[in-house]
Write a protein that binds this ligand. Structure first.
Ligand code: ZN
Length: 450
């Protein structure tokens, strides 16, 4: 594929020009109260029409922003899963850029060719609760047929009314997907959803694939090897697949992790890059010269390719009387709620953080029973850890943690190192009297060296 670098060639090299609009949206999570002022401000701008199109199950407004009145209809929605906010910030950046005097594509030209309809935060109730589901407990993205959620019914109504040529279904994915068989996180994953079980390719799905190849090229100018292709198994209950079957060229974008980027601002930028590059390719028809094979050439989005903390080559033993063995351990999640994901040969996995435990034996350590109020200072905590006490059992309100270190309080003593259990590990020398070197509480590593 030879992609002509058009106006986006210069633009996309200058990321500040497309992502400096709403610094207040650089947050780990976004709720309705975070975006309402942004929508209010945008609604004052020339060229942007903002309206409330419906309300959530709990009655929170759901907004649609519209730009342009041209024949090519693009519809994008974000945060149908309430805990997936990255693209919500990105679509505000995109809209702000399109109406900016310094926009790379003059707004008048854009508005004559395109009608862009954006629903930011389709699921404000789920956003408020920081959960995937809506307030009915329904996964809106599995409600495309049953249509029991007001948010799902709204999405379907808008698709029927707008009859979009292009539909962007914008999500976040868990941080542990890798781009192909690599240790690189899939910061952006694309999918042209199937519209039948045999994964047929009609012209509208082909166009989605061609546009994705364009977007991949644009994104990889900035973050090479961080782009993946999502599994395209047909899911008849899902909106992407449903809307694909209705004839729109449907494109799923999953925002994923990037190293040292907890608020996913890299994925936010890359959403804007991707969406702008797709608009540019539609503006000049350059997508037509792209082959669908370029879509299939994108590495697959590999689940569990990464973990939060990978401990390699540890010596384990499930109880003193049982034999020791060597294994890797992957830990997922953050803080003291992180859990063990897998134990065994994890040579196919990489960690955002990694420890080689070559010389260390791992145990869960011992419990400390909380029976009375207990103020824990750092020195005392470290000496407890060195004595083998790794976790506290009982009423968490009794413990005043003044150590500045992560502390684990559980209801029952931990006894085994097994998948799905909370991560609580003491690492000691295998030889001689065991002297703990490291404690791993959740995904935090505490050095016990003097
Ligand atoms: Zn999602």
């Amino acid at each position: 594929m030879t992609l002509r670098i058009g106006w986006h060639g210069n633009l996309l090299m200058n990321l500040n020009a497309i992502t400096d609009y709403w610094p207040e949206l650089n947050q780990p999570h976004l709720r309705y109260d975070d975006i309402q002022p942004v929508i209010q401000a945008l609604s004052q701008q020339k060229g942007i029409c903002a309206e409330v199109v419906d309300r959530s199950y709990l009655g929170v407004p759901i907004h649609k922003l519209t730009l342009g009145s041209g024949p090519v209809k693009i519809f994008a929605w974000t945060q149908m899963h309430g805990d997936e906010p990255t693209a919500t910030a990105a679509v505000f950046d995109l809209i702000s850029h399109l109406v900016d005097d310094n926009a790379s594509l003059p707004f008048d030209a854009f508005a004559q060719q395109f009608s862009l309809h954006v629903v930011p935060m389709l699921n404000p109730d789920g956003a408020e609760a920081n959960t995937r589901f809506n307030a009915q407990g329904i996964d809106i993205n599995r409600d495309a047929v049953a249509m029991q959620s007001p948010e799902g019914r709204l999405l379907r109504r808008l698709v029927d009314e707008l009859q979009p040529d292009i539909a962007f279904n914008l999500h976040d994915q868990n941080p542990y997907y890798s781009a192909g068989d690599s240790s690189t996180p899939a910061t952006i994953a694309f999918l042209a959803p199937a519209y039948d079980v045999s994964k047929s390719i009609n012209p509208s799905r082909a166009r989605a694939m061609q546009l994705i190849a364009v977007m991949r090229h644009a994104v990889e100018q900035h973050i090479p090897s961080h782009v993946a292709r999502y599994n395209d198994d047909y899911s008849y209950r899902s909106f992407g697949d449903k809307i694909s079957s209705l004839g729109a060229s449907t494109i799923l974008i999953e925002s994923g992790a990037y190293r040292s980027d907890p608020n996913r601002q890299r994925a936010r930028e890359m959403n804007v890059v991707a969406l702008l590059s797709a608009i540019e390719a539609l503006a000049d028809d350059s997508w037509k010269s792209v082959d669908c094979d370029d879509y299939f050439a994108i590495p697959e989005n590999i689940e569990d390719g990464l973990c939060s903390l990978l401990i390699t080559n540890a010596q384990l033993r499930q109880g003193e009387q049982h034999a020791a063995y060597l294994a890797d351990i992957s830990i997922v999640g953050s803080g003291t709620s992180a859990t063990i994901k897998h134990i065994g040969d994890l040579s196919n996995c990489a960690g955002f953080e990694q420890i080689d435990a070559g010389a260390l034996a791992l145990s869960t350590g011992n419990p400390y029973h909380l029976n009375a109020p207990f103020e824990l200072e750092a020195n005392h905590y470290k000496s407890l850890l060195r004595d083998g006490v790794t976790h506290f059992v009982g009423d968490a309100t009794l413990l005043q943690n003044r150590s500045g270190l992560p502390v684990l309080v559980v209801q029952h003593p931990l006894t085994h190192i097994l998948p799905e259990q909370v991560s609580c590990l003491l690492c000691s020398s295998r030889k001689g009297p065991t002297r703990p070197m490291l404690a791993i509480i959740g995904n935090n590593v505490i050095s016990l060296a003097d």
